[in-house]
Design a binder for this molecule. Sequence first.
Ligand code: XMP
Length: 320
Amino acid sequence: SWKPENIVDDAIARVREQVGGDHVMLGLSGGVDSSVVAALLHKAIGDQLTCVFVDNGLLRLNEGDQVMKIFADNLGVKVIRVDAEQRFLDALKGLNDPEDKRKAIGGVFIDVFADEARKLSADTKFLAQGTIYPDVIESAGSRTGKAHVIKSHHNVGGLPDDLAFDLVEPLRELFKDEVRVLGETLGLPHAMVWRHPFPGPGLGVRILGEVKKEYADILRRADDIFIQALYDEGLYHKTSQAFAVFLPVKSVGVVGDGRRYAPVIALRAVETVDFMTARWAHLPYDFIERVSTKIINSIEDVSRVVYDVSSKPPATIEWE
Ligand code: XMP
């Protein structure tokens, strides 16, 4: 029978057997999968694990600090935080096309990660990854050409040839829900383990067109207001994914005595089981109204908030 404690014990035993006394590095993104691997490996091999957390400047409000707090401060995991915001922003300069942006973000990610891997490689033999069973199936599908690539999803892997690590993938046989239960058993915070999915390119595909730091800063605040409100009103777990999108078009507004001419924020929330199809979430009108008012009142650089009523298909969940 599937008992989380047994899975944890079994996974720990297998990791110890595979790794022995060697060192392991892990790219920690703050997402569920890599977080569970971090917690599991820390329990299995303690200080033989070093995590690398790349702050790409495209994270949500306070996300980097939260990751450091949970892993470094609370769990005592060795985490190297790399502040790479400027490198990502530089690479994104002048890029408007979503796939070009994804490629740029993926490319810088590999470069930054490879730099850290080189520093650690002298005494590190293994690279851990949060590959889960659906990833295994999906990549098998794409090798046979069956998967339709609508958006190139950005994952780790693809490190330069001079960096050869053996892989540690303790979640390879598990489904997402099993990974979440494992995470809770390992003591990760409930909110982190049950969080909505967040794309690898982060806010990079939620700022339409060219990415700028000032846009990311506005989007972070708007997104945080929306997400906090969903939590506060017990609606977060009634949606499968929810977020704000930054639209770089200016719209006129009137706030107090003043005229405002500023960008627009779109709110997106969907209900789905598999993320292949999705229905726009029928959030209560009064809830949307409260969020809209709060965003416009607290962020000067937003003139208007709109709610996305497109389902998938034909729309995708992300706007890019
Ligand atoms: P779409 O927008 O294709 O999204 O309906 C389906 C799910 O995939 C996520 N997504 C991504 N995840 N890298 C990722 O890691 C990406 O480039 C990417 N694009 C979309 C999206 O957030 C949703 O959960």
